[in-house]
Design a protein around this ligand. Structure first.
Ligand code: GLP
Length: 219
């Protein structure tokens, strides 16, 4: 397992966009997509490339327990940064909802899953202590995650305390996984996840056991 060190954030975004472009050439591509600040450059690059998304199906990793029309919902994030700017069919864009079993049932044969990493090693909203066997479910967010994500909300009290997330087992069933990390503050946790013990205390460490996984990092 090696972490590919990219020259810049632009370079990181371009390298991951190259992989997505390759997957989009498949007849009916299926992608699992992340939110957060890290993938914004990737989505910008994908929009610029004017690719054909008409046969693509996407699954988002997670969503807050929040009105989907809220400006900080992940629905709104995806529309703003990607879905409203490409030729994907809105019906092909899936988000986890309270019917967690139904979501789990439609996630299959995913070609590529793209992940960010939280400062405590979470992926999607699988916080430390999440079972490696976890599937889509409602979760409580940790104080650290609420604090990290408060930068997107007017005050920390406005950050939802719960979310619906795809589980670690659901993520691991993807044929290929990419994890992206941007910034020195993510270096330690990414290295711990990729090179340290495989433990539920660092949910991203499960990725070490995937046979087709790549990690990209830039300072
Ligand atoms: C949120 C999301 C994660 C994301 C993480 C990191 O908690 N649920 O999927 O990986 O933030 O976000 P950022 O890229 O802004 O550091």
């Amino acid at each position: 397992m090696e972490i590919s060190k990219c020259k810049s954030y632009k370079d990181l975004s371009n390298l991951v966009a190259d992989v997505v472009e390759h997957i989009l050439a498949l007849p009916e591509p299926k992608l699992i997509l992340p939110t957060g600040s890290t993938p914004i450059g990737l989505y910008k690059e994908l929009v610029n490339r004017q690719l054909d998304w008409s046969t693509t199906t996407t699954f988002n990793l997670d969503e807050y327990i929040i009105n989907p029309n809220h400006p900080q919902s992940y629905h709104s994030f995806m529309k703003k940064h990607l879905f409203d700017r490409i030729n994907i069919y809105p019906n092909n864009c899936n988000f986890p909802n309270r019917n967690t079993q139904a979501y789990e049932d439609i996630i299959s044969e995913v070609d590529l899953c793209i992940l960010g990493i939280g400062s405590n090693g979470h992926i999607a909203f699988n916080e430390p202590g999440s079972s490696f066997d976890s599937v889509t479910r409602v979760v409580d967010l940790t104080e650290e995650t609420i604090k990290d994500n408060s930068r997107f909300f007017p005050t920390i009290e406005d950050v939802p305390t719960q979310a619906i997330t795809m589980g670690l087992k659901s993520i691991m069933s993807s044929k290929k996984i990419i994890i992206m990390a941007n910034g020195k503050h993510k270096k330690n946790i990414l290295e711990q996840a990729m090179y340290g013990d495989i433990t539920e205390d660092i949910p991203a460490s499960i990725l070490q056991t995937h046979t087709n996984m790549e990690a990209f990092y830039c300072d």
